[in-house]
Design a protein around this ligand. Structure first.
Ligand SMILES: O=C(O)[C@H](O)[C@@H](O)[C@H](O)[C@H](O)COP(=O)(O)O
Length: 223
């Protein structure tokens, strides 16, 4: 495992934001544009705060979430809401946001249109992921109804799935889309997630979906 242990969370968030920014700059230099894909949840907020103030050609960056909870932006559970509040501001206000939500009753109704918006921006240049204590990443939850389909090598770009631990229905990028990213980072904090990560190494992907990127990711951890 390629694991970086930081002396504290604040240092980690600063170092990680700098690293993501330099990978975005390199992608823009090579390809003229870049795709950045980021998690929801509570952990990445401070990285977003720092990243949004860094200098780079943000107008050449497309941003999308790893996954979304099927709730409107009015809900505090909305990952898009957090993204707008913490990342799509300051210098990063110039990015293009690729939607991961539409106001349909079920995610299935919106899947095709959302995937169509994402397809031209693949592969992802810079991918940041989070992980839950149950070893899910993005919305690839152990026990989710369509997990096997989402883990398959020929999975479509987006999958809608439901899992007990997930709360509301979810939409998630599939394993092949995540695995194909050019630069992959996993951000975790605290002893519980560190222990979960170590357990994941010996488990199959269906029980520890985070395994799909463990070999290729740089893992960033602080207590
Ligand atoms: O929508 C989500 O919930 C996420 O994208 C998810 O995969 C998240 O990264 C982990 O659940 C960790 O969440 P925390 O950072 O809140 O622990």
């Amino acid at each position: 495992m390629n694991l970086i242990t930081y002396p504290d969370r604040e240092l980690m968030m600063i170092a990680l934001a700098d690293l993501l920014a330099s990978e975005l700059r390199a992608a823009i230099e090579t390809r003229g544009r870049a795709t950045l894909c980021v998690p929801g949840g509570s952990t990445p907020g401070p990285v977003f705060d720092i990243l949004s103030g860094l200098d780079l050609a943000w107008d050449k960056v497309a941003v999308l979430l790893n996954d979304e909870r099927w709730v409107s932006e009015a809900s505090p559970r909305s990952n898009t809401r957090q993204l707008r509040a913490r990342l799509l501001r300051d210098k990063a206000a110039a990015v293009e946001l690729l939607p991961m939500y539409a106001p349909t009753e079920t995610p299935e109704e919106a899947l095709a249109a959302l995937a169509e918006g994402i397809a031209p921006h693949l592969p992802i240049d810079v991918l940041l992921l989070g992980m839950g204590g149950d070893m899910h990443t993005a919305s690839l939850f152990p026990g989710a109804d369509r997990l096997e389909e989402a883990l398959a090598d020929d999975a479509p770009i987006l999958i809608a799935l439901r899992a007990e631990a997930a709360g509301e229905p979810r939409i998630t990028l599939s394993a092949p889309v995540l695995r194909d990213a050019m630069n992959i980072h996993l951000l975790i904090t605290g002893p519980e997630k560190r222990a979960a990560l170590e357990r994941a190494v010996d488990l199959p992907e269906t029980e520890a979906p985070v395994r799909i990127i463990l070999k290729s990711a740089t893992i960033h951890w602080a207590e």
